[in-house]
Design a binder for this molecule. Structure first.
Ligand SMILES: NC(=O)C1=CN([C@@H]2O[C@H](COP(=O)(O)OP(=O)(O)OC[C@H]3O[C@@H](n4cnc5c(N)ncnc54)[C@H](O)[C@@H]3O)[C@@H](O)[C@H]2O)C=CC1
Ligand SMILES: O=C(O)C(=O)Cc1ccc(O)cc1
Length: 306
């Protein structure tokens, strides 16, 4: 138990901020955790369940005297929140965020950060399809990655302290450039979410989801799509609008591959399909073999086979 920040202010009290509060408490990392959210209902629930030590009505009150401020709101709201808190930030404080997109957050938040305050963007690669003040849990970040995206000339001491916070909340930490982050996340998270949304939309278009036939007879693949497609609409709207270029780039590549597979199916090129699926299977096995997905149900089985 070692206190890293005397007062942490959480702006937004949803899945990520709530999980951070619980993970910080678990390891005794904060002297006091103060939180605020835009809606009175969210603030009331957070106070009722004791999610944080103190709930304030405004973001200005929450950040007063805080040595760490965490912006945990949808990406599209980060700039407005930064403008609101800027005059109230304590000199020497660190401002960080947890947004799923990094370049747009840096562009929106950076200009509001006063001289003498450290701004260190971050992104925990951990989440669920649930949102709101009741959805957080202390274990969310355990053995997950958290990417720090320090901007030029960021104070190293401040970065190292934030790194230690994430590590003590259970995460493995790496640093990454913002544009690279946005491209990597477009491939690994953003476009896969879009595909899930689309697939559930297609199934619904067949008017069978509502009759529960698709769900009733679905194997795991479609069930996973429905879970992902239940994610927060505001959050994901903002992700696509703010990571537009990388998303469109990866979607373009995706549709090219899809058309190639479509053509192979239409023209009966079994060998092409077999080779493609053999290659993708090897990728999956490589991930498991490298120990990079210890949660996978086939983790032990694939290791034994090889
Ligand atoms: N849900 C997930 O799986 C993950 C989300 N993130 C990122 O973390 C951030 C927060 O996401 P969650 O905690 O999942 O969301 P959430 O929906 O559970 O909580 C968001 C909070 O922000 C507040 N809020 C919403 N709009 C606002 C506005 N315009 N101004 C001020 N406050 C506002 C809400 O009242 C709520 O307290 C987002 O930027 C998201 O991209 C990062 C990793 C995983
Ligand atoms: O629930 C899932 O499968 C996720 O992919 C969670 C998630 C959502 C958004 C992020 O920026 C990071 C992680």
């Amino acid at each position: 138990m070692s206190v890293l920040y005397d007062r942490v202010a959480l702006i937004g009290l949803g899945l990520i901020a709530g999980s951070m509060a619980l993970a910080m408490r678990r390891a005794g990392l904060a002297g006091e955790i103060v939180g605020t959210a835009r809606s009175a209902e969210t603030r009331a629930i957070a106070a009722e369940i004791g999610l944080v030590d103190r709930v304030t009505d405004t973001a200005a009150e929450a950040v007063a005297g805080a040595d760490l401020v965490v912006l945990a709101v949808p990406v599209g709201a980060m700039g407005a929140v930064a403008a609101e808190i800027a005059p109230h930030l304590a000199p020497g404080a660190t401002v960080t965020d947890v947004g799923s997109v990094k370049r747009a957050v840096i562009d929106a938040v950076g200009p509001h950060i006063p001289e003498g305050v450290h701004f260190i963007p971050a992104h925990p690669l951990a989440g669920t399809e649930h949102s709101g003040p009741r959805s957080g849990f202390a274990e969310l970040f355990d053995n997950r990655w958290c990417l720090l995206v320090p901007v030029d000339a960021t104070d190293r001491v401040a970065v190292d302290r934030l790194r230690e916070l994430w590590q003590k909340m259970g995460a493995n930490v790496e640093e990454m450039d913002a544009d690279h982050h946005d491209l990597v996340l477009a491939v690994t998270s953003h476009v896969p979410h879009l595909i899930a949304y689309t697939m559930v939309g297609v199934a619904d278009g067949l008017r069978r989801v509502t009759d529960s036939e698709v769900i009733k007879y679905s194997a795991a693949g479609f069930r996973d799509f429905t879970r992902i497609a239940a994610s927060d609409p505001t959050m994901w709207r903002d992700v696509f609008l703010t990571n537009k270029d990388a998303t469109l780039d990866i979607l373009g590549r995706f549709t090219e591959e899809l058309f190639a597979l479509q053509r192979a199916i239409r023209t009966g090129q079994g060998e092409m399909l077999f080779d493609y699926f053999t290659h993708t299977r090897a990728i999956r096995r490589g991930i498991i073999e490298a120990g990079q997905d210890t949660d996978a149900p086939d983790f032990g089985r694939v290791r034994k086979q090889q």
